[in-house]
Design a protein around this ligand. Structure first.
Ligand SMILES: [Zn+2]
Length: 442
């Protein structure tokens, strides 16, 4: 459970303020009065001792499955957004592969209303590219954008048909929408349950050909070149796919991409025991692909880190490796796993990591930057970069327990968020706080 409190006057004292929107990185205090960042706190402010912590703009995850409507046994908008806050996120974009799918303005309005009622964080719905996510007829992008969607995707499936995808690119250009593609040609991936390679052959599991991902990216980059319309590759996972995006960017095409936390830390060797919690789409890949995903982040080919948070029930995952649905939960392990992949490895530092969760996704979705500045609504994450902790799925705020990271020891953790007057603290995290006059405000 999140612990939440509201404060009219708050002083976050002595944290390392990292703001990728303004390139700020310094120790300092942040005052929040009536939910807005202020020059100084009022007297009798509630003081949070943030020494040793990072204070940064609220993290964003632009690839999340909230499962509502229709699959609330897996997750709800309420539990999913609470899990997001526990992971340090103040914004999630949710995918449309719900039941029924988010392909109509009424469905979008309903998601936004439920998210508002839950009150945990901002939700940006992603609407389906095609009606019913059937891949046949595109939805009305203009009307959906007016309702508040942040992008369009048939995630869970790719749009196979060339003419339908061309129509999507043309419509997206007209209305200025971002298309997000789950790149997987079903005809190529077929019945594959894990990466096609040494491990799948050894285990005798049906292999999923990486060409299914790469071929669709190639087709889409061609369409992007023809239409100059914004295109985002969801969960890039192979070295060749990363390189396709790298070359498209070098050509000046409006192409962006994201990588999932699990694709930065696990290889297909993790599937060798047949644990259904290592089954996901796209699948875990060999080390060379993991390395290239890390390199892609460092050289700017990959714009942001996402979780592809995909909750399933224990019963569903108990169906075994071949039959269990693909996907794992990720919101509450994202910061620790990303830190392990990119910081403990010596590849990157915290300002870079924070940018992959803030400025990166903001640019992908063409959203307004949210610098920490006087007069702005408080929208902050508190991170503890040195906290050592052990992943315990039973303590997740999410309804999902499906993670391959149970028992992993991670360094770096989200403490919580400050959104407006509301301070929300992750389970197990503690604030050192006091009620005192803030006489020595920095
Ligand atoms: Zn997907």
């Amino acid at each position: 459970m999140l612990q939440t409190s509201n404060y009219d006057s708050l002083l976050i004292r002595g944290g390392r303020i990292i703001d990728p929107f303004t390139d700020r990185d310094e120790i300092g205090d942040i005052a929040v009065v009536n939910g807005v960042v202020a020059r100084a706190p009022t007297n009798n402010a509630h003081v949070i001792d943030a020494s040793g912590w990072i204070v940064c703009p609220g993290l964003m995850d632009i690839h999340v499955h909230l499962r509502e409507p229709g699959q609330t046994h897996k997750e709800t908008i309420e539990t999913g957004t609470a899990a997001a806050v526990a992971g340090g996120f103040t914004f999630v974009a949710c995918m449309p592969n719900t039941k029924p799918p988010l392909d109509h303005p009424d469905a979008i309005r309903s998601v936004l209303e439920r998210a508002r009622n839950a009150g945990h964080c901002q939700v940006g719905p992603i609407a389906a590219i095609t009606k019913g996510r059937s891949g046949n007829t595109i939805t009305d992008f203009g009307v959906l954008l007016d309702t508040g969607v942040v992008a369009l995707s048939d995630d869970g499936d790719g749009v196979d048909d060339d003419s339908v995808m061309r129509a999507a690119f043309e419509s997206a250009r007209e209305v200025g929408a971002v298309l997000i593609q789950h790149c997987e040609y079903k005809a190529i991936s077929a019945a594959g349950v894990m990466h096609l390679g040494d491990v799948s052959r050894r285990r005798g599991f049906p292999g999923l050909d990486p060409r299914s991902e790469e071929a669709m990216i190639e087709r889409d980059i061609d369409l992007c070149r023809e239409t100059s319309s914004r295109y985002h590759v969801a969960h890039v996972s192979t070295a060749r796919a990363v390189d396709l995006v790298r070359r498209a960017k070098a050509e000046g095409l409006p192409v962006t991409t994201e990588v999932c936390t699990h694709h930065l830390v696990l290889t297909d060797e993790a599937c060798a025991e047949g644990d259904p919690n290592t089954k996901m789409h796209p699948p875990l890949r060999p080390w060379a692909d993991v390395e290239e995903c890390r390199r892609g982040l460092l050289d700017g080919t990959i714009d942001c880190i996402v979780t592809d948070h995909a909750p399933h029930t224990v019963e569903e995952k108990a169906a075994g490796f071949l039959r269990a649905p693909p996907g794992i939960v990720g919101l509450e392990t994202a910061v620790g796993l990303a830190a392990q992949a990119m910081i403990e490895s010596g590849l990157a530092d915290w300002p870079q990591l924070v940018a992959w969760f803030t400025a990166g996704p903001t640019a992908v979705l063409n959203r307004r930057p949210r610098p920490i500045e006087v007069g702005a609504r408080a929208d902050l994450s508190l991170l503890s970069p040195l906290s050592r902790w052990t992943v315990d799925p039973q303590r997740f705020v999410s309804r999902g327990r499906n993670t391959p990271f149970s028992g992993w020891k991670l360094t770096g953790k989200a403490i919580g968020t400050v959104q407006g007057r509301r301070v929300a603290v992750s389970p197990g995290a503690r604030l050192k706080s006091s009620q005192q006059p803030a006489e020595d405000f920095r």
